[in-house]
Ligand binder design. Structure first.
Ligand SMILES: [Zn+2]
Ligand SMILES: [Zn+2]
Length: 385
């Protein structure tokens, strides 16, 4: 942190300036540097500097401490919020066309300020679905362990009939500031008030149910509706169904993450499904009317005579429903020709007859074919070496 400028220099007044001089100087400079009125990008910083200087020098106690101990005397005694407490900027800047209220927002609105309600933790819940459930959609009840406000004290932590009191250490701000002199100059650190833990309030008679924490763990039953066509890894966001952040806070969100289990038969590719079905070589050769399973029942495919292994048949609209939009994807059925592993005597006889008919009856490779195979094997070997 660079050395802070002297407050008198900031306002351009002498050390013995009267209260009135200080006020006049501040008003004049504030009018010039108010961020609502100035286009200078440094205006806000300048305006803060001016306002801080005015806040200190316009208060006899603070001014005296500053005169005696400089910035260290102020920083060790007052938090940023304390510095501005009691200064009526609204009054001071009336007629400027700029609200005095926004000054507080400017100083404490962002960053380390404690403006805005506390927010509860987001929670994650994983749910396993079958592919069938994902295809139809699902309405179900899940049980989510989460932190809620204690029902007895409504989250205040105070025994019913009593109220929390403002913390005297931080005066309700929940933050304390501390100044330290270091070789790099004065470091002002802001930290959570140790007495109230940042809540700004203290509980004198704690609620018996929650021992003053205001919180209760509960396995909350929540109804969820998962749309048809949902995909693996997608999530539902349930706003405000996460952990509570106390009576004045905003609850976190609940993310329900969808995990779709692998299916025994079907593989999913976006809204399409892919499956493989075995057919016999006689079916492949002669053609067949096949019945295949789908996610919702069965369907028939017509395998024409002379079908090769690996041929894919498409069943339109028998895939997964599309999540956003109408209709469904397709089911692709890939046929795989099965070779029988065992034959009856009659089957064997018929196949041998068939082989003879094809002119390939029970023979080994010819000498010519053998030498060709040897040649290819040798070529592959030498290519590998
Ligand atoms: Zn309670
Ligand atoms: Zn406190």
């Amino acid at each position: 942190m660079p050395d802070k400028k002297d407050y008198y220099d900031v306002l351009g007044v002498s050390k013995d300036a009267s209260e009135k001089d200080i006020k006049t100087a501040y008003r004049k400079l504030a009018m010039k540097h108010h961020p609502d009125r100035s286009d200078d990008p440094g205006a806000e910083e300048m305006f803060k500097e001016l306002s801080e200087a005015y806040a200190v020098l316009s208060d006899p106690d603070k001014r005296q401490k500053y005169d005696q101990f400089g910035h260290a005397g102020i920083n060790s005694q007052y938090s940023q919020e304390d510095l501005f407490r009691g200064v009526n900027f609204e009054d001071l800047l009336r007629g400027f066309g700029a609200g005095g209220e926004s000054i507080f927002d400017m100083f404490f609105g962002g960053g380390g300020g404690r403006r805005g309600p506390a927010r509860g933790r987001d929670l994650r819940y994983d749910i396993d679905l079958t592919l069938e459930q994902a295809s139809r959609g699902l309405e179900t009840t899940i049980e989510v362990p989460r932190t809620e406000n204690c029902p007895k004290c409504q989250g205040s932590g105070a025994k019913p009939g009593t109220s929390p009191v403002t913390c005297s250490t931080c005066r309700g701000s929940g933050q304390v500031t501390r100044a330290q002199n270091t070789p790099f100059g004065q470091m002002v650190t802001s930290s959570t008030c140790p007495k109230c833990g940042g809540r700004g309030e203290l509980i004198t008679s704690p609620c018996e149910d929650c021992s003053g924490t205001g919180r209760a763990r509960k396995a909350r039953k929540i109804n969820i509706k998962i749309p048809a066509g949902v995909e693996d890894g997608q999530h539902l966001k349930l706003r405000g169904q996460g952990d509570s952040a106390g009576p004045k806070g905003v609850s976190g969100d609940l993310y329900v993450v969808i995990n779709i289990q692998p299916h025994r038969l079907f593989q999913r590719l976006d809204s399409d499904l892919i499956m493989e079905t075995p057919i016999s070589f006689t079916q492949a050769a002669l053609g067949a009317d096949l019945e295949v399973p789908t996610l919702n029942g069965r369907a028939r495919i017509k395998v024409p005579a002379g079908t090769q292994t690996g041929t894919v048949f498409r069943l339109r609209g028998k895939g997964m429903p599309r999540l956003h939009g109408t209709g469904s994807g397709d089911l692709h059925v890939r046929v795989k020709i099965n070779t029988p592993a065992s034959l009856t005597a009659r089957q064997r006889q018929l196949l041998e007859e068939l082989a003879e008919e094809f002119g390939e009856a029970k023979r080994s490779s010819t000498e010519k074919e053998k030498s060709l195979i040897d040649k290819i094997v040798d070529e592959v070997k030498s290519a590998v070496q």
